[in-house]
Design a protein around this ligand. Structure first.
Ligand code: F6P
Length: 365
């Protein structure tokens, strides 16, 4: 693999961080370095692409990053180069910064960009490819597992493991105090984390955005358990869950973000309402950023490394405007435009939901 240095590539991580990002960066960069390419990491996601924050990656700065959570490149879930927030005379304005992006890619002689991110980051990558002719290869990142075109995003397995551990821990305290324990987990508008950790942890009810819930129905499940001699219950609530005819719980609005709404509060609402109806003491735990932090599981390290290597291989083949995806346990390229076109929810006819129902889990409907 020795020989003349070939093309130069850039790697960027965008959106919320998640376990496995460093493993993807490492997998992609090592593969490219091993083929005599030059590789830059773009710092702080699209902010760095606009402002020219490029950092050359080498074997030394890639060493030891595989098990590390977060991203060595930094990230942001605010900056969209096509609609970038800038303060002008104390006011927030949004500007199209695509010219700066193109100038920086030219300055560093970048052949193609490996765009590691969730649906927002991938949609920006898809637009850069579509409207500006940038060569882009995407890798599907997010704990939410909600990206179109892949069966699994990296980071999800680690988040589920963390959330399942929380469900296990809540069981012992719930049982001791004869309480209802509500656990709010992340996932934005998709219920994947709640569904997986709820089934894996043995929750009694799982409320997901895809199935608006009726609180009376959840209360009935808790009362039935009490009638059967089970004095405690565990309810897992996705942050995007909402009651039938009701609205989603929003915790804050981040004005300069390309996706301004941040979700939160669904778990507390469920706990309060359940306590009123059942008369049983209810407590809510919001798991929050613990789901995103820390070291990736073995599954996520493998998946991330495979995505990174496959993205680099696509670059070496000159195959662009694609996203790496997991299908039937194989990594295959899919159209980046499709991947960046929306988000993937739990199908209502999913075998997972059926599995939950068969073992008596309530989905609040
Ligand atoms: O997309 C990942 C995620 O952690 C979601 O599950 C959550 O809703 C959101 O990001 C939180 O965003 P922020 O980091 O801006 O609070």
């Amino acid at each position: 693999m020795m020989g003349k240095e070939q093309k130069t590539f850039a790697v960027l991580t965008g959106g919320g961080d998640c376990p496995g990002l460093n493993a993807v960066i490492r997998g992609a960069a090592k593969t490219l370095l091993n083929h005599n390419c030059k590789v830059y990491g773009v710092l702080d996601g699209f902010n760095g692409l606009v402002h020219g924050k490029f950092w050359e990656l080498n074997y030394a700065n890639l060493s030891g990053v595989l098990p590390r959570g977060g991203t060595i490149l930094g990230t942001t879930n605010r900056d969209n180069p096509f609609h970038m927030a800038v303060q002008k005379d104390g006011k927030l304005e949004f500007c199209d910064m695509r010219d700066k992006v193109l100038a920086n890619l030219q300055k560093y002689n970048i052949e193609a960009l490996i765009d590691i991110g969730g649906d927002g980051t991938l949609a920006i990558g898809a637009k850069l490819a579509r409207e500006c002719g940038v060569k882009v290869v995407g890798c599907p990142k997010t704990i939410d597992n909600d990206i179109i075109g892949t069966e699994r995003t990296f980071g999800f397995d680690t988040a589920v493991a963390m959330a399942m551990d929380a469900v296990d821990r809540l069981h012992t305290t719930a049982e001791s105090h004869h309480r209802v324990m509500v656990l709010e987990v992340m996932g934005r508008y998709a219920g994947w984390i709640a569904l997986y950790c709820g089934i894996a942890g043995g929750a009694d009810a799982i409320l997901i955005p895809e199935i608006p819930y009726n609180i009376e129905s959840v209360a009935q499940k808790i009362n039935q358990r009490r009638a059967d001699g089970k004095q405690f219950s565990i309810v897992v609530v996705a942050e995007g869950a909402k009651p039938v005819g009701g609205t989603i719980s929003v915790s804050r609005v981040v004005k300069d973000s390309f996706e301004p709404l941040r979700l939160g509060g669904a778990g507390n609402k469920v706990a309060e309402d359940l306590e009123k109806i059942t008369g049983v003491e209810c407590r809510c735990t919001v798991l929050g950023y613990l789901q995103r932090g820390g070291s990736p599981t073995a599954f996520d390290r493998m998946l991330s490394t495979r995505y990174g290597v496959a993205a680099a291989e696509a670059c070496l083949r000159g195959e662009y405007n694609v996203m790496m995806s997991l299908q039937n346990d194989k990594i295959v390229p899919v159209d980046l435009q499709i991947a960046g076109s929306g988000s993937r929810n739990v199908p209502l006819d999913s075998e997972l939901i059926r599995t939950g129902r068969q073992i008596g889990i309530s989905f609040g409907d």
